[in-house]
Design a protein around this ligand. Structure first.
Ligand code: FES
Length: 217
């Protein structure tokens, strides 16, 4: 018989009652520990899965959820073509990224992947004009539009509206929901609190309200 064919030897009955009791307790403990370990693993894995689904399904807070306009925030003193900057907006928990494309266009997005909420990174050296990349499951987003171009993310990256001041500084001023246009997002957030701005931006609802107001006075 080879070593690998050997059947395990039957355990010798323990002659000493104290040692036998100790063996029983150790066996019971190891079962409990294994059960607890499995329960902890299941809880943690389940929690991650539920968290991911909640983000994917829009249950948790996402960019663009606030109804009112956030306080604007300076994200960079200047941003040269090909450069990016990571920042938090509108809240300190909301990861975002601003990119200056090679042709000078300024784009901003939530940096929270729409798949399972991993951090999205800017890769300048990919494709014709770079890409936004999620390393968790190889998700890729178009740098110009935020649309998904590869991998499992179900929706485009929500946009962050950026403006550039005369001194070259870049500011985040508003957020959009995934798939929402920047103009619709700004109109929605500015309609009540900054109606004059909404009218200047040509938001239809704000214009209608302004006409209504002028007719009443
Ligand atoms: Fe981004 Fe899965 S979390 S691709």
């Amino acid at each position: 018989m080879s070593v690998t064919d050997q059947s395990p030897a039957a355990p010798e009955p323990d002659a000493d009652p104290a040692r036998a009791a100790l063996h029983d307790r150790i066996a019971a403990d190891s079962l409990t520990t294994r059960r607890d370990y499995l329960r902890i693993v299941a809880t943690v894995s389940g929690g991650l899965a539920v968290g991911g689904l909640a983000v994917a399904g829009g249950v948790l807070h996402r960019h663009g959820d606030s109804e009112g306009p956030p306080d604007r925030k300076r994200v960079a003193p200047v941003l040269a073509p090909g450069e990016s900057v990571a920042f938090r907006f509108p809240g300190e928990d909301d990861r975002a990224v601003a990119v200056r494309l090679k042709d000078g266009t300024l784009v901003g997005y939530s940096a929270v992947c729409t798949h399972l909420a991993c951090g999205v990174l800017w890769r300048e050296d990919r494709g014709a004009e770079g890409e936004l990349y999620c390393p968790c499951h190889e998700g890729v987003f178009d740098a110009r539009t935020g649309e998904v171009t590869a991998g499992p993310p179900p929706r485009p990256l929500p946009k962050v509206l950026l403006v550039e001041e005369d001194d070259g500084s870049v500011w985040a001023v508003a957020t959009a929901r995934s798939g929402e246009s920047v103009k619709d997002a700004v109109c929605r957030q500015f309609a009540d609190e900054r109606p004059e701005m909404a009218v200047r931006l040509g938001c239809p609802a704000a214009e209608a309200k302004a006409v209504e107001r002028s007719e009443r006075t």
